[in-house]
Design a protein around this ligand. Structure first.
Ligand SMILES: [Zn+2]
Length: 179
């Protein structure tokens, strides 16, 4: 853990949290991400798996795609990815492929996390690139948004029952384009 990043990490994690709440408003499992380079957010993303019908449309993947557009290539050296949940193996793998400098995540994910909770892809020396990792930044807030989402979902039916993109509960609101 690098304590010198502490204040900055919390600041950008707040931005990732905003993305997570955007996902929740669309009835998506609320995970949000931002990518920062030279102290500035260059890309944002939130989970759109249901909306896009795309198993790869995780917050981190969408943010990395956008960041690659911004920097004009697939190499994201010098970039830090902030994401509200510990990345899954796909996203951790993509971060290695993208040569990201660092990943900062919020809540651990015991069921899918690839930064140590389920598997640990990011501490391995065998890959040609190693991404530095800091976990647990605003973990409580990052877990809360997911807990709230599933609490509302349970109140209105199971995830399998609902239509893609349908809102999980009355507590969530969405723009007219989402209905
Ligand atoms: Zn993922």
């Amino acid at each position: 853990m690098e304590n010198d990043h502490h204040g900055t990490d919390e600041k950008f994690m707040q931005d990732a949290l905003k993305e997570a709440w955007r996902a929740a408003e669309k009835g998506e499992v609320p995970v949000g991400a931002v990518i920062v380079r030279e102290g500035r957010i260059i890309a944002r993303g939130h989970n759109l798996r249901e909306r896009l019908g795309d198993p790869t449309a995780h917050a981190e993947m969408l943010a990395m795609r956008d960041a690659a557009q911004v920097v004009g290539g697939w190499r994201l050296n010098g970039c830090t990815l902030y994401v509200t949940m510990e990345p899954c193996p796909m996203c951790a793998g993509a971060a290695i492929q993208a040569r990201l400098d660092r990943i900062v995540y919020g809540a651990a994910d015991p069921k899918a996390g690839a930064a140590g909770s389920c598997v640990d892809l990011l501490s391995r020396d065998c890959f040609n690139h190693r991404v530095a990792v800091t976990g647990g930044v605003l973990a409580g807030k990052c877990a809360f948004v997911v807990q709230e989402f599933f609490r509302k979902l349970r109140a209105t039916g199971t995830e399998q029952d609902r239509e893609p993109g349908k809102l999980p509960g009355r507590g969530c609101h969405a723009g007219p384009d989402l209905i």
